[in-house]
Design a binder for this molecule. Structure first.
Ligand code: HEM
Length: 520
C-alpha cells in the first residue's frame, strides 16, 4: 500500500483534533508570530493557562505542534526510536546552505551512519587535544579587549568562536588563507530569515540577495575543497576536527564539506551566545564574578564549567527542539497522530522551580552541590539520538574562554538591568549585545592596547631570567624570549603576546608579575 502523506492539522478528523492537548484558539498566524518573536513569554503563558502539555498551530498549513514542558514527557520523546521521531525533515529549509549530506538534515539510517563517522572527532580524548588551541586563541582575543570602555561582548565572542571554527575545526592556520576565509565565513554565518526563505522557494535563489549569498558560499566551498584535498595527503601531526575526521572515516569530499559547513553554522553563534550570557551575568553579580575568578586562578575547571552550564540553563540559547511523528505514537498521555510536530521546550524545564529552586537566580554552584539538578532537567543540547554532537566541545570551549578572560579582568555592567533575550534565527541572544566594561585585575598591569615605555623598562628590570617551569605543561622555560604561555604568580596572567600583538606584551618574551599573589 502506498504510504499516506503526513497529516497536517487540516486533515485531522474532528475526533482526533478533540483528543489533542488543549491550546489557544488564536488564529494560526498570530500564534506563529508569538512563537517566532516572543516564545520566551508566549510558552510560559500557554503553560500557565493550559498545563504542562499544550497544542499550538503554526504556519505553514496550520501545522499541529504539541509542546512538552515536563522532563519525564520529554524523556519519552528523546527515548523513542529515531525512525518514529524525525528531526532532519524539519530542517530541509537549510539544504541550499548546508548541503544534502548535513547531519542536521538526515534521518534514519543515513543519520546514524553520518553521526557514527563524526563521533570520533568529538570524543573526550579529542576534546582534550583541542583545549590548548582554544585557550591560545582565547588568550590572544581577550588581550585585545578595550580597557575601561563599554563594549558589546557578544560580537567579540562571535569573532572568537569563528576563529575557533576556522583553526580548531577546519584546521586552517596559514595566515593568508585565514585572511581570505574570515570575511567570507562572516557573511556565511550571518544567515538571516530572508536568506532561509530560499530553502522554501528555490526560485528565489536566482535573485539577489540569495544569489550573492550563494556566490559567497561557492567561494568558501572552493577553499574548503582545496583544504580537504591538501589534508588528505598530509595528516601527520595534525590535531584539528577535519584531520581527525579524515583519519577516522571514509568520506567523500562533498560529505565532508557539508559537515564542515554544518559545524560552522551549528557551533558558532550558539557557543558565542552562551558565553555572552555568562559574561553578562558575571558582570552584574560581583559575588559570582569572584567565584569565577577564583576558579580561573585555581584551575578549577568544573567550577568554570558550572558557570557555563548555569548560563545555558537561565538563558537557553536554543529554547526548544522539534520532532515529527512518522507514525501514531503515545506521548505524554495522548495518542498523537502521524504528522504531528512535537516540541520539547527546554526553556520551560529550565525555569521550573520544581527542578531549579529560585530559577530566576544565576547560581552556578547549583551544579556543584551534593544535590545537583536531576537527570533530564538540564537539557540545553536536546537529547536522544539527535543530542547536540558539539555539546562537549562547546563546554570545553566555554571553560577555556572563561578561564582566560577571568584571570585577566574584572567585569562591570554599564547597565546592570538584565538584558532581554531576542530571537535570532534559532537562537535567543542578549538584546543589547551583552554590554560589559573590563578593567585589569592586577593594579600593576598597564592598560591594554597602550604601549608604555615605563612599563617596558620596569618589566625588564623586574624580569627574572632563569630556568622555570610552565605551570601548565611542566616544561622548563628559560626566562626572557623563550616559550610562550602562562607563568607562575597570582594565577598566571603574565603572558607573552608576541611582537605586533596589541596587548601589553610589547616585544617577544614575557614578564614576571612584580607582586605575585598580592593583587587578586
Ligand atoms: C552552547 C552551544 C550549543 C548549543 C546550546 C547547542 C544546541 C543544540 C541543540 C539544541 C541541538 C538539537 C538537539 C536535538 O534536536 O535534540 C543541536 C544539534 C547539533 N549541534 Fe549543537 N549546540 C551548541 C554547540 C555546538 C557546537 C560547538 C557544535 C559543533 C562544533 C554543534 C553541532 C551540532 C550538530 C552537528 C547538531 C546536529 C546533531 C544531529 O542532528 O544529530 N553544536 N545543538
Amino acid at each position: 500500500m502506498a504510504p499516506t502523506p503526513l497529516l497536517g492539522a487540516r486533515t485531522l478528523d474532528r475526533q482526533t483534533a478533540r483528543t489533542l492537548p488543549p491550546g489557544p484558539r488564536l488564529p494560526t498566524l498570530a500564534q506563529t508570530v508569538l512563537f517566532a518573536s516572543h516564545r520566551k513569554t508566549f510558552f510560559p503563558r500557554m503553560r500557565e493557562r493550559y498545563g504542562d502539555v499544550f497544542t499550538i498551530r503554526l504556519v505553514p498549513s496550520s501545522r499541529v505542534v504539541v509542546v512538552l514542558s515536563r522532563p519525564d514527557h520529554i524523556r519519552e520523546v528523546f527515548g523513542q526510536p529515531p525512525s518514529v521521531m524525525h528531526a532532519g525533515e524539519g530542517n530541509t529549509v537549510l539544504e541550499p546552505i548546508m548541503g544534502s549530506h548535513s547531519l542536521l538534515l538526515l534521518d534514519d539510517e543515513d543519520h546514524v551512519r553520518m553521526r557514527r563517522q563524526l563521533m570520533p572527532a568529538f570524543s573526550g580524548q579529542a576534546l582534550r587535544g583541542y583545549a590548548g588551541m582554544v585557550a591560545e586563541l582565547a588568550r590572544a582575543e581577550v588581550a585585545k579587549w578595550p580597557v575601561g570602555k563599554p563594549f558589546k561582548l557578544h560580537q567579540r565572542m562571535r569573532d572568537l568562536t569563528l576563529e575557533v571554527i576556522l583553526q580548531v575545526v577546519f584546521g586552517v592556520t596559514d595566515s593568508a588563507r585565514l585572511d581570505q576565509l574570515r570575511p567570507l565565513l562572516d557573511k556565511i554565518v550571518s544567515v538571516s530569515p530572508v536568506i532561509m526563505l530560499g530553502g522554501f522557494y528555490p526560485a528565489l535563489l536566482r535573485m539577489p540577495p540569495w544569489r550573492t549569498y550563494l556566490t559567497t558560499q561557492l567561494k568558501v566551498d572552493e577553499i574548503l575543497y582545496d583544504e580537504i584535498a591538501r589534508r588528505r595527503g598530509n595528516l601527520a601531526g595534525r590535531n584539528d576536527v577535519l584531520s581527525r575526521l579524515l583519519a577516522a572515516g571514509n568520506w567523500s569530499d562533498v560529505e565532508l564539506r557539508d559537515q564542515l559547513v554544518t559545524l560552522l553554522l551549528a557551533g558558532h553563534e550558539t557557543t558565542a551566545t552562551a558565553l555572552a550570557w555568562a559574561f553578562h551575568e558575571l558582570a552584574r553579580r560581583p559575588e559570582e564574578l569572584e567565584f569565577g575568578q577564583r576558579a580561573a586562578d585555581a584551575g578549577a575547571d568544573d567550577e568554570l564549567e558550572a558557570i557555563v552550564k548555569e548560563a545555558m540553563r537561565l538563558h537557553p540559547v536554543v529554547y526548544q527542539v522539534g520532532r515529527r511523528l512518522t507514525e501514531t505514537a503515545d506521548v505524554a498521555g495522548y495518542r498523537l497522530p502521524r504528522g504531528t510536530t512535537i516540541m520539547a521546550a527546554m526553556g520551560l524545564v529550565h525555569r521550573d522551580p520544581q527542578h531549579f529552586p529560585v530559577p530566576e537566580d544565576f547560581r552556578p554552584r547549583r551544579f556543584l552541590e551534593d544535590d545537583p539538578p536531576a537527570p533530564g532537567t538540564w537539557i540545553p543540547f536536546g537529547g536522544g539520538a539527535r543530542r547536540c554532537i558539539g555539546a562537549g566541545f562547546s563546554l570545553m570551549e566555554g571553560t577555556e574562554i572563561l578561564r582566560e578572560a577571568l584571570k585577566l579582568y574584572n567585569f562591570h555592567a554599564p547597565n546592570p538591568t538584565p538584558e532581554p533575550a531576542k530571537p535570532k534565527n534559532v537562537t535567543l541572544v542578549p538584546s543589547r549585545g551583552a554590554e560589559v566594561q573590563v578593567t585589569p585585575r592586577c593594579p600593576k598591569l598597564p592598560r591594554a592596547n597602550t604601549r608604555s615605555r615605563t612599563w617596558d623598562r620596569t618589566r625588564r628590570r623586574e624580569q627574572q631570567p632563569g630556568p622555570e617551569q610552565d605551570p601548565r605543561t611542566g616544561t622548563p622555560t628559560e626566562g626572557w624570549n623563550t616559550s610562550r604561555g602562562l607563568r607562575t604568580g597570582c594565577g598566571g596572567w603574565e603572558q607573552d603576546l608576541g611582537p605586533g600583538n596589541s596587548g601589553w606584551g610589547v616585544s617577544a618574551g614575557y614578564f614576571l608579575c612584580p607582586a605575585p599573589g598580592r593583587c587578586v
